[in-house]
Write a protein that binds this ligand. Structure first.
Ligand code: URP
Ligand code: ZN
Ligand code: ZN
Length: 486
């Protein structure tokens, strides 16, 4: 009889704190022993001293999400999760979207139907709150939070999604009372609307003007505004997809004052710039996302922010729209105005290999940082740790064995998403997941998919934060004391 279901020998295991050679034994989908292990197992894999990391946790990706302009997200749970698996991500957290004026509970039920039996990897849900009315805050969200949906995103921009400051304050107060985590998309919508109007009036309609219409100043301003509201309510927030040095500096200043501000950045802010949007033809639309990619100097600073700990999370913000056809980037043909091009870039499969190659192997960051921002921290911040996000006894056996010895040029034909391009076409990489394991099951072996599409299960999220009821007297006394300082 075998002692274990799976034994991985000769692994160079990286966690958020360590990097060491060991064997890993798995039983019933869970890591049961780590050390030099000489026992039987139903299956033995020799990792041949390759790097072994926890499976990635992609804390920000969009799959099969409803839109309001007839565009269609190119990936559903099947293609999106398959692509994630090939890229070494074993947990995804996409978004259940509350339609304005609608129920979040219904949105979640519908999103479950889209996911069930169709995911190759495990999944939790974020919620997107577009209408934080009494009914939602009092009668829907408290139960949802108790039932495993403990994090949500709010938007300061996009007509169909944005909240005003009063609504943001209500959501932040609710998050504090209930121990939830609020993710904030920080861009000033009125300024974007004004600049868009001015650009269109001047006949500036091409893809590159997307970047002009959403300048760094307005990301900076909105980031500071979000931080200020979080400071007032005294509740942690996470600023998503930070693109610029200026926004990052706001976050760094807040963190150095002791405020609990978390931050996420994404591959597009390390590997693309606004110049990618500036093409003669419509090709630039492939790189339209919000906030837009910035300058080479911003890229450098974002790398530094990862290294120095300003960013806790590195997500894909996979928002897949096809380039060809009329449901994606060319929704109104090849002359689609920049402001009507669906926002987002694909990247669920390339997130981890890009950072392993360009970050770890080119020595911009160490392997522990890689693990912490691609896996451990998102698992912690979204209430999935220690089940997810580490290689330790008792954790789910979500494991990636890497091949870091093979230099190649990335091409979209290698990828498994349902998108007809990758923004990173031609980039030279030397890391790719060889074998990917989810709860002890091999899902990718030597580069081949061997899982069923019902492998993935829904994960209930614990509370990310302790619930702290907003004490109104305390808040008012604190403000009064600060106002009349001697
Ligand atoms: O352009 C982007 N990032 N699209 C996806 C939606 C969002 O705001 O994250
Ligand atoms: Zn966003
Ligand atoms: Zn997003």
């Amino acid at each position: 009889m075998s002692d274990f279901d799976l034994l991985i020998k000769n692994a160079k295991v990286a966690t958020a704190s360590d990097f060491y050679q060991t064997d890993i034994a798995v039983k019933d989908g869970v890591i049961s022993q780590i050390g030099i292990i000489d026992c039987n197992a139903k299956k033995i894999i020799d990792a041949e001293e390759n790097i072994v990391t926890p499976g990635g946790v992609d804390g920000h990706c969009h799959l099969d999400q409803p839109t309001d302009d007839n565009s269609v997200f190119a990936d559903d749970f099947e293609s999106g999760s398959k692509s994630a698996a090939f890229g070494g991500t074993t947990t995804i957290i996409p978004f259940a979207l509350q339609p304005k004026g609608g129920s979040i509970k219904v949105a979640i039920d519908e999103y479950h139907k889209k996911a069930e039996g169709k995911s190759f990897v495990d999944y939790a849900f974020h919620m997107i709150i577009t209408d934080p009315c009494e009914e939602i805050l009092k009668n829907e969200l408290p139960d949802l939070i108790k039932n495993g949906y403990s994090h949500f995103k709010i938007y300061m921009t996009y007509e169909a999604l944005k909240l005003n400051d009063m609504e943001i304050l209500k959501v932040l107060s609710f998050a504090r009372d209930n121990g939830a985590m609020t993710m904030v998309h920080a861009e000033n919508d009125d300024c974007i609307t004004l600049l868009t109007k001015l650009l269109l009036e001047s006949g500036k309609i091409g893809p590159k003007y997307h970047a002009v219409s959403r300048p760094i100043i307005m990301e900076d301003e909105a980031t500071y505004s979000a931080i200020s509201m979080s400071e007032l309510i005294d509740v942690p927030i996470l600023i998503v997809h930070v693109s610029s040095e200026r926004a990052m500096t706001q976050i760094q200043n807040a963190q150095s004052k002791g405020l609990n501000i978390y931050a996420e950045t994404c591959p597009q802010y390390l590997f693309l710039t606004a110049n990618d949007l500036d093409s003669e033809d419509f090709e630039g639309a492939k790189y339209i996302c919000s906030p837009p990619p910035r300058t080479p100097k911003d890229q450098e600073k974002i790398w530094l922010g990862i290294k120095t700990g300003v960013f806790q999370v590195f997500s894909s913000d996979h928002a897949p729209f096809k380039f060809q056809g009329n449901q994606g980037k060319q929704i109104q043909g090849s002359e689609t105005k920049f402001c009507n091009v669906p926002n987002g870039v694909p990247g669920i499969e390339t997130r981890m290999p890009l950072l392993m190659s360009k970050g770890v192997l080119e020595e911009r960051i160490d392997i522990q940082k890689f693990v912490s921002i691609t896996s451990t921290n998102p698992a912690k911040i979204y209430g999935l740790y220690p089940r997810k996000g580490t290689i330790a006894p008792g954790s789910d056996a979500d494991i990636v064995i890497w091949n870091t010895n093979n230099k190649f040029k990335l091409s979209n034909s290698m990828l498994h998403h349902n998108v007809d391009y990758t923004p990173y076409e031609g980039i030279e990489l030397n890391a790719w997941p060889l074998t990917v394991i989810s709860r002890g099951q091999l899902i990718v072996e030597n580069g081949n998919l061997i899982a069923n599409k019902n492998q993935g299960i829904f994960l209930k999220s614990d509370l990310p934060e302790p619930a702290k009821t907003l004490d109104k007297n305390n808040l008012l006394n604190r403000l009064e004391k600060n106002t009349f300082k001697k």
